[in-house]
Design a protein around this ligand. Structure first.
Ligand code: FAD
Length: 337
């Protein structure tokens, strides 16, 4: 639906760093709209490793990636951000004192400052070239696992030979009725320790390794997958009874339209002034994985600090002439959620 919104700060990317930027902006009395190409918040944490523990978030000896995202959303909630999911920002143009973002579906956000927290760019799965696969997406065919519980008691075919395929094989082996791993070669590319664990499960008869086979077709209806049809190198066909197919063939990642917005790029990332995270375009800031400066580490904790710096720098643009007194959160508190 085509709509125009006006706000103080537009944040592109609802990954961990974009979400924390909502909090930092909110603490400085700036309203935010957040837009993300994915259908849910969390960026890489939610899409790539939702159930993995993270060990290097200060104050949390161990926190699940999705739990971290839920906490970040809860932390941002008192500042009532507006989220726009499932929309990729295609254009960023200037109109008077506003930057104007435009998504592929026609949503426009006018903002005095823009925080680009777009990580590795909009990313999407490499999809196997199967007839009707679009009809089955999220109705039997999945490229990401949100919750392993969704697969409890199901017969799950997992296609791919890398870390994602193997990690989810180990994780789902406990809950699924059966896990079948389909790979075009007999050898797997995952971490050696993970490969060993998968092989041990197969040897114990707890999972099936179906190699060397490639996906050929889907049999059944969306929401009621019956078989995953496979073909070997000699053209022999094999049908696996399955309720779900998880296809892990890597991710296509690129900056996409961001690369055309005239920002100073360094090796596919956006160069920023380290003290403010401002890009070569005044009023546009870049934080998190997409930002580049000497000493940059692509870690969530560093992105959090960048969110604080960018928010302070945005304040001068959003509230020009207003003196910003530095205050601790313990002094200021937060609005009731
Ligand atoms: P992202 O999480 O990449 O989010 C960016 C968001 O921007 C995405 O949701 C994307 O859809 C959106 N976006 C991009 N372009 C557009 C556009 N044009 N329009 C709309 N939306 C757009 N880091 C750690 O600190 N500790 C760890 O232990 C750790 N483990 C990891 C394990 C794995 C397997 C992986 C893959 C990464 C790990 N990382 C870890 C790295 C960490 O996930 C990233 O540093 C972090 O996600 C960066 O956050 P971000 O918000 O900058 O970007």
């Amino acid at each position: 639906m085509s709509q125009t919104h006006t706000t103080d700060v537009a944040i592109i990317g609802a990954g961990p760093v974009g979400l924390f930027a909502v909090f930092e902006c909110g603490m400085l009395k700036m309203r935010c709209h957040v837009i993300d190409a994915l259908e849910m918040p969390g960026g890489q944490c939610a899409a790539l490793y939702p159930e993995k523990p993270i060990y290097d978030i200060p104050g949390y000896p161990k926190v699940g990636a999705l739990e971290l995202i839920e906490n970040l959303q809860a932390q941002a909630a008192p500042f009532t951000p507006t989220y726009h999911f499932g929309q990729r920002v295609e254009k960023l143009t200037r109109d008077g004192e506003f930057w104007v973002l435009e998504s592929g579906t026609g949503t426009k956000i006018r903002a005095k400052a823009v925080i680009l927290a777009a990580g590795v760019g909009a990313f999407g799965p490499n999809k196997p070239p199967l007839a009707r696969i679009d009809d089955f997406e999220n109705k039997g065919v999945h490229y990401f696992v949100q919750r392993r519980e969704d697969f409890r008691g199901k017969r799950v075919a997992i296609a791919g030979g890398g870390d994602s395929a193997l990690d989810w094989t180990l994780s789902l082996a406990d809950v699924a009725a059966r896990v079948m791993v389909i790979h075009r070669r007999d050898k797997f590319r995952g971490a050696p320790d993970t490969v060993d664990k998968v092989m041990a499960l197969a040897k114990a008869g707890k999972i099936d390794l179906v190699t060397p086979y490639q996906l050929e077709a889907l049999d059944g209806d969306p929401g009621a997958l019956k078989h995953v049809v496979l073909k070997d190198l000699d053209g022999n066909i094999r049908k696996l009874e399955a309720d779900a197919l998880l296809a892990f063939f890597g991710l296509a990642m690129n900056l996409g339209p961001i690369a055309t917005w005239g920002l100073n790029l360094v090796k596919g990332n956006i160069a920023v002034e380290p003290s403010t995270c401002e890009t070569s375009s005044p009023g546009i800031f870049a934080i998190g994985d997409i930002a580049q400066y000497p000493g940059k580490l692509k870690l969530i904790l560093q992105g959090f600090a960048e969110a604080a710096m960018a928010a302070h720098a945005c304040h001068k643009i959003v509230h020009p002439g207003e003196v910003l007194h530095f205050e601790y959160s313990t002094t200021k508190g937060v609005p009731a959620a």
